[in-house]
Write a protein that binds this ligand. Structure first.
Ligand code: ADP
Length: 489
């Protein structure tokens, strides 16, 4: 039997299509690297037309690689880099300018000027006023692209995050929609009422006429002909929410943490919206059959990127994999700590001015200590996030489900467990983002009858149990808090 689910995984640095069989095993995969443009200090852009072209190519490529016919694809699920903002012309489908990527800081001053509104924004959206989210990016486009605001008011322009833009093209311009999880990252969507919010639209000066319709994460979004048959698009979620579903975090208290370029941890807090008291974000985990499950989210902007820097910036390792042997080659960190604030610090600090630091250097310090410090930093930051989440949610976190490129490193997984005093579980399928999109599509297509059904598919490949004694753990952690203070001044 060849029946498959196709996940489109449109990430920041690449676009992939992955075919899963109904058990969640990978049957085919195709990928294309995606270029980032840095036209000015702090600006990060992408060409949305490249994104669409690559998406079409990898979808066809994955089918060809697996030898699977279009008619065998039961449904498509889309997952995407979140917050990245596209504005396009409804007549031509062409973007009016490059997409503004989530990492772009051009609206920092505008956000700073709105600080008096932050509490209102938090109560409605669960977010903070930061350039990271889409709202101020749309406004920037309307203010800076000639004639854009007038056209947007007339309804001639469409706004969307990457999911919406792809859906629009996949359906030949028939469907302009998004899902509740992606919408919850725009600063324009009220996550209590589950609707675009008129006060927020006024605050950011964004006309309602350009917004997509917001749907559940699993439903019929449209039908596409790009594979050569009529294929339903039945699942959609931003990357972290898709990983949340792929890790089957369906009960309150369940937490996943993804360690790729950055690190994003999401904790399920159930059906009741709650504003974080610890400068974490509240977000839509998923919405199914009109019922919203909320999550508390902590974002660390630099995780695996610190390992890339060890390789490319310092040249002290030749590959990311080498970091594991280097960390193991020394008995401890030798008092060396790294605060990876290369682009400022995210949750719970939200300090765009903080910068990276390596502290505690002595004549005994070696390259291996610095590598170890970069890896250890991810665990200290994870502990900070988990503590804030547990406090916000009012429950203890019993286990941490991890995924992303970094967790191939066994040493770091063990150190996560040791430093957080929490068991760390690495699943069999680590492509949890794409898997989550496939699950959402499969749920609508009838491949899975319920979330329980999906939960049964989740398999643990390795469990890392905490093994460090409390004294050692707390002494290491005190060293991190000390280093952090120095980076935050
Ligand atoms: P993304 O989806 O954000 O592009 P991935 O999930 O593919 O990221 O993870 C890639 C990141 O993981 C890179 O930043 C890389 O430095 C890091 N990485 C990959 N393998 C290892 C390893 N064995 N040890 C530590 N870091 C690793």
């Amino acid at each position: 039997m060849n029946a498959c689910l196709l996940a489109i995984d449109q990430g920041t640095t690449s676009t992939r299509a992955i075919l899963f069989d109904p058990r969640g095993d990978i049957r085919g995969i195709a990928q294309k690297e995606l270029k980032l443009h840095y036209p000015s200090n702090g600006w990060v852009e992408q060409n949305a037309e490249d994104i669409w072209r690559d998406t079409r190519d990898v979808c066809r490529g994955a089918l060809a690689q697996a030898g699977i016919k279009a008619s065998d694809v039961l449904a498509i699920g889309i997952t995407n880099q979140r917050e990245t903002t596209v504005v396009w012309d409804r007549k031509t489908g062409r973007p009016v300018c490059n997409a503004i990527v989530w990492q772009d800081r051009r609206t920092a001053d505008f956000c700073a000027g709105l600080k008096e509104h932050e509490e209102t924004v938090r109560q409605k959206t669960g977010l903070l006023l930061d350039p990271y989210f889409s709202g101020t990016k749309v406004r920037w486009i309307l203010d800076n692209v000639s004639g854009a605001r007038e056209k947007a008011r007339r309804g001639d322009l469409a706004f969307g995050t990457v999911d919406s833009f792809l859906l629009w093209h996949l359906t030949d311009g028939k469907t302009h929609a998004t899902d509740a999880a992606n919408a919850s990252r725009t600063l324009l969507f009220n996550i209590r009422t589950q609707d675009w919010d008129d006060d927020l639209l006024a605050l950011f000066d964004v006309p309602r006429a350009m917004l997509p319709e917001v749907r559940d994460n699993s439903c019929l979004f449209g039908v596409t002909g790009i594979l050569g048959a009529k294929t339903p698009i039945a699942g959609m979620a931003g990357d972290q929410q898709a990983a949340f579903v792929g890790q089957a975090c369906f009960a309150p208290g369940m937490v996943k943490s993804t360690y790729g370029t950055g690190c994003f941890a999401l904790a399920n807090i159930g059906a009741d919206f709650r504003v974080s008291q610890n400068r974490m974000l509240t977000t839509v985990g998923y919405r199914l059959n009109g019922k919203t499950t909320y999550a508390i989210e902590g974002a660390i902007f630099v995780a695996g990127a610190a390992v890339q820097w060890l390789r490319d910036g310092l040249g002290i390792i030749k590959s990311a994999e080498e970091s594991e042997a280097a960390a193991r080659s020394v008995p401890d960190n030798g008092g060396v700590y790294m605060v990876p604030g290369f682009t400022g610090l995210g949750a719970p600090h939200w300090n765009p001015h903080a910068r990276g630091a390596i502290v505690g250097l002595t004549r005994g310090a070696t390259a291996a200590h610095v590598v170890r410090a970069a890896l250890e930093a991810q665990a200290y930051q994870t502990r900070d996030l988990l503590r804030a989440m547990a406090d916000d949610a009012g429950f203890d976190i019993g286990e941490l489900r991890v995924d992303g490129g970094m967790v191939r490193n066994d040493w770091i997984c063990q150190f996560f467990a040791d430093m957080t005093a929490t068991p760390v579980l690495r699943p069999k399928v680590v492509e949890t983002t794409a898997l989550g999109a496939a699950y959402l599509a499969g749920l609508h297509a009838g491949v899975f009858s319920s979330l329980d059904d999906i939960q049964k598919n989740w398999q643990c490949a390795r469990r890392f149990a905490p093994a460090m004694d409390e004294g050692a753990r707390e002494s290491l952690y005190a060293g991190w808090r000390h280093a952090l203070k120095q980076a935050l001044v």
